[in-house]
Write a protein that binds this ligand. Structure first.
Ligand SMILES: [Zn+2]
Length: 324
C-alpha cells in the first residue's frame, strides 16, 4: 500500500480546483485514504493550507440524553435509551468530536487557528477567512446556519472518501424545500443534551418557559443576540440538583442514511479525483442545495432511508400522510 504524504494531499486538493478563494465544508474518512503519513493532522493541515475557509462538523452525539417521555411523533422510542443515557457526557468546549464524525474533524479542532461553536450536540469547527463568521452564525434554533454562511460565499462541499450520508448541507436543502411548500413534509425533531454551559432558567417539570439564548463562541456573551424559539414544556423530570443540566435541543435534523440517493443526481455538477485509495469529490454547495430542493419537491420521500424501523424517516412519512 502506498503511503500518502502531506504534499500529496495538498497537490490532490489543488488538482480538485481548490485554492485560497475556496470556502469548503469538508467531510472526511481518514481510513478511506489508505496510509497517511502524519495521520488526520496531515489531512486537516492540508485542507487549512489550501482552502480559504475550512468548516467541518464537530458533532458530539455523546452528550445526548433521552427523557423517559416526551413529545409524540418525535422519531424516538423513549424507553429504549437507558443504556445510552448511562454513558452520556456533559458538553464542554474541548469535548472531542464524536468518533463517528471522524478523526480529521477532531484534528482540525486542535488547529491553532480553529474556532468552534458551542452547540451542545451539533457544533462546527472552522479555520480561515470566514470561519469566525460561520461559527458565530449558529443558533440553537438554527444549527445549520454555519453552512448557510459558506453557501452565501459561494462555498463548496468536499467529500473526502465519504458519501452524502455525511453531508449536513443536505439537511439545509430539506429545510429550503419546505419553505413555502409544506407538502414537502420535511421536519426536524426535539432532542436533549447534557450541558451546564447553557443551563436554562430554573423551571419546574411541565412548566412552560422561554428559551432565548443565542449560541456564540464567547461563553460570556451567550445572551448577546437573543432569538425567541418555540415554547415547549420542560419535559425532563428533574432527578437531582443537576436538573438544569439537561438542555432541550430544538430543530434536530432527520435521518441521513438515505442521502446517497442524491449522488447520481449531482454527478454532473461535481469534480472528482482519486487520491491514495480514496475518491475525493467537490460540489458547489448552491447546486447541491438546489438539487435537493428539486428532488424533495418532486418526491418528498426521495432521500429517506430504506430501513423500515427507522424512527425519524417513519416520522417524516407520518407527517407527509398528514399534510397531503
Ligand atoms: Zn432513516
Amino acid at each position: 500500500m502506498t503511503e500518502l504524504f502531506y504534499r500529496d494531499i495538498v497537490k490532490g486538493l489543488r488538482a480538485l480546483g481548490l485554492n485560497h478563494n475556496s470556502h469548503v465544508v469538508a467531510h472526511a474518512a481518514l481510513s478511506s485514504f489508505g496510509r497517511v503519513h502524519g495521520g488526520p493532522e496531515a489531512v486537516a493541515a492540508a485542507l487549512a493550507a489550501v482552502c480559504g475557509t475550512v468548516l467541518m462538523p464537530a458533532f458530539t452525539y455523546q452528550t445526548l440524553i433521552v427523557p423517559p417521555e416526551g413529545p409524540p411523533n418525535n422519531g424516538l422510542r423513549y424507553a429504549d435509551y437507558a443504556e445510552q443515557n448511562a454513558n452520556s457526557e456533559f458538553w464542554r468546549p474541548d469535548l472531542p468530536v464524536h468518533r463517528t464524525v471522524g478523526a480529521v474533524a477532531e484534528a482540525l479542532r486542535h488547529h491553532p487557528e480553529a474556532w468552534r461553536s458551542d452547540h451542545p450536540v451539533l457544533s462546527f469547527v472552522g479555520v480561515g477567512r470566514y470561519a469566525a463568521e460561520a461559527i458565530d452564525a449558529q443558533l440553537l434554533t438554527e444549527p445549520l446556519a454555519p453552512l448557510d454562511v459558506l453557501l452565501r460565499h459561494d462555498g463548496d462541499l468536499l467529500l473526502l472518501g465519504v458519501g452524502f450520508t455525511r453531508a449536513a448541507i443536505v439537511h439545509l436543502g430539506e429545510r429550503r424545500a419546505t419553505i413555502g411548500f409544506p407538502q414537502a413534509g420535511q421536519r426536524t425533531f426535539v432532542r436533549w443534551a447534557l450541558t451546564t454551559q447553557l443551563a436554562p432558567p430554573l423551571a419546574h417539570p411541565g412548566v412552560m418557559h422561554d428559551e432565548l439564548q443565542a449560541l456564540t463562541r464567547k461563553m460570556t456573551n451567550e445572551f448577546a443576540t437573543p432569538r425567541r424559539t418555540r415554547r415547549h414544556p420542560l419535559l425532563y423530570v428533574r432527578p437531582d440538583s443537576h436538573a438544569t443540566s439537561v438542555r432541550e435541543i430544538p430543530d434536530f435534523p432527520g435521518c441521513s442514511d438515505g442521502f446517497d440517493q442524491l449522488a447520481p443526481h449531482v454527478t454532473g455538477i461535481g469534480h472528482s479525483l482519486h487520491l491514495g485509495e480514496a475518491t475525493l469529490w467537490r460540489y458547489p454547495l448552491a447546486a447541491v442545495v438546489a438539487k435537493v430542493v428539486e428532488l424533495i419537491r418532486q418526491d418528498p420521500t426521495a432521500l429517506l432511508c430504506s430501513d423500515e424501523g427507522c424512527e425519524r424517516c417513519n416520522a417524516v412519512r407520518l407527517t407527509l400522510a398528514e399534510v397531503v
